[in-house]
Write a protein that binds this ligand. Structure first.
Ligand code: F0G
Length: 457
């Protein structure tokens, strides 16, 4: 008999979870104005809000913490981190920051000027925010396949080379760089193929442009290349990462994802001019260049985390858990962005609650129902998150309306995955009884999803 797949670790420390009753949850979510960001974490049984900074560190990482060097300047932990990053990416220049959006802020302060155009594949909210707040434009050149959740294509996160080429052919002089997000979070944690990275590089070279990877989940991307793209099955994850980054000029990183730490980020690049430019903004915004907003001990833990996560065993355990949950949803016929991506399941709420009009926010309604059902907290990546059009002030209903269920790294077991799946099935089975959604009673102008107040209809 073939042995089944099992986790590549055992558990050394545990944290109790708190279960609750349906009555308690109904009360709590009402008090939270039906906004899951407003819940207290002990009101949540299984937390799938995000995979950002929610993972468990290894014993090696905790051991490294004890060796952290807290020197203001020249910390040896910084040099350990820099060496690891250079080994994995080939990038020689490294600037630590306190998280991913801070890396964007520092680098874009140098590179993005008013009127600039930054093409890429589904810029993450903060990336887009850091472009738009500088009165520049983020142009989404993701392949059209990403919009159809039921289409099974292996690299749904890809940049459409034709769309990218069109932007450059028309307005190359306004483009400071191209940004490729690996994996493509907004499109559903969908990977970008090596072939596509090569194509982007070729287009960039043709127009003399540079390429940045938003690398928050670059290891997950490398795993998908290994398992889905011809010619990579025998390569190590580290070899694949090295090749991926060979097509980029630099990266911004949220270490809270594939760095396996709870806080942190960095910029890395092969170009001295980018480094010199970014340096000027790191010091006032983040701190001196050898800590940039991070503790020495956190840089030490990150160095180990990056090394550990770029080993096949670690990343395979992670992806297989997400795929385990997806297989359960397949069994129950629940529609989600297919094939499942790296860090989360994105349930297609428009299809599940198809009798709820867009104006009543189906994905948010599904998130509330799932929380009340079992204390599972997901996150709406849909019409509320899309904010209003800055000019017309109308809601933006053009995109997908998804309920994202993120899986934290090395935190939950497959028994928890079974609970999530069963809870979702229970809601799915009574979907026709859910006929009304929610309405907004209070909202902010930008990033309203964090604080929006809702009422159930
Ligand atoms: N880029 C991507 C692709 C991300 O997913 C995130 C964060 C960031 C940049 C910003 O990094 O949070 O460290 O400042 N994503 C989180 C999420 C918040 O829930 O998907 P950060």
């Amino acid at each position: 008999m073939e042995l089944p797949f099992a986790e590549s670790y055992k558990i050394k420390m545990v944290e109790p979870l708190r279960k609750s009753t349906r009555e308690e949850r109904e009360q709590w979510i009402k008090e939270a104005d039906y906004n899951l960001f407003q819940l207290k974490s002990d009101q949540v049984y299984i937390d799938c809000l995000t995979d950002s900074g929610t993972g468990a560190m290894s014993d090696r990482q905790w051991a490294a913490m004890m060796m952290g060097d807290e020197s203001y300047a020249g910390s040896s932990s910084f040099f350990q981190l820099k060496e690891t990053i250079t080994k994995i990416t080939g990038f020689e220049y490294v600037i630590p920051t306190h998280q991913g959006r801070a890396a964007e802020n520092v680098l874009f302060s140098h590179l993005v000027k008013a009127g600039a155009i930054v093409p890429g594949n589904s810029h993450f909210d903060t990336t887009k925010g850091h472009i738009e707040s500088r009165k520049a434009f983020a142009i989404d050149c993701t392949v059209d396949e990403a919009k159809d959740t039921q289409l099974e294509v292996p690299f749904k996160g890809n940049v459409d080379p034709k769309k990218l080429e069109k932007v450059l052919a028309e307005q190359a002089e306004l483009v400071p760089f191209i940004i490729v997000t690996v994996t493509n979070n907004t499109a559903g944690g969908q990977p970008v193929s090596m072939q596509n990275l090569r194509e982007v590089r070729a287009i960039a070279d043709k127009y003399g442009k540079r390429v940045i990877f938003d690398s928050a989940r670059f290891v997950e991307n490398a795993y998908f290349i290994r398992t889905r793209e011809e010619g990579y099955a025998d390569k190590s994850i580290k070899e694949i990462c090295k090749e991926m980054f060979s097509y980029a000029d630099g990266m911004t990183m949220s270490s809270k994802k594939d760095g396996l730490v709870n806080m942190g980020g960095f910029i890395a690049t092969r170009h001295e001019d980018w480094y010199e430019g970014a340096k000027r903004f790191c010091i006032p915004f983040e701190g001196f260049l050898t800590y940039g907003g991070m503790n020495g001990r956190d840089m030490a833990a990150l160095a180990v985390g990056l090394d550990e996560n770029t080993e096949l065993d670690t990343i395979e355990t992670r992806i297989k858990q997400v795929q385990y949950l997806a297989a359960k949803l397949d069994e129950y016929g629940i529609p989600y962005q297919r094939p499942v991506g790296g860090h989360a399941i994105f349930v297609d709420a428009d299809r599940v609650l198809d009798q709820i009009p867009k104006e009543e926010f189906p994905a948010q309604t599904l998130a509330i129902e799932l929380y009340i059902e079992a204390g599972v907290r997901g996150c709406e990546i849909g019409y509320i998150l899309a904010d209003r059009d800055p000019v017309t002030r109308e809601n933006r209903f053009g995109g997908l309306d998804l309920l994202r269920l993120c899986i934290a790294r090395r935190v939950y077991t497959n028994n928890h995955m079974d609970v999530i799946a069963a809870a979702l099935k229970n809601v799915y089975d009574r979907r026709h009884e859910i006929t009304r959604g929610v309405k907004i009673v209070w909202e902010t102008e930008l990033m309203r999803h964090f604080t929006v107040k809702l009422e159930r209809l």
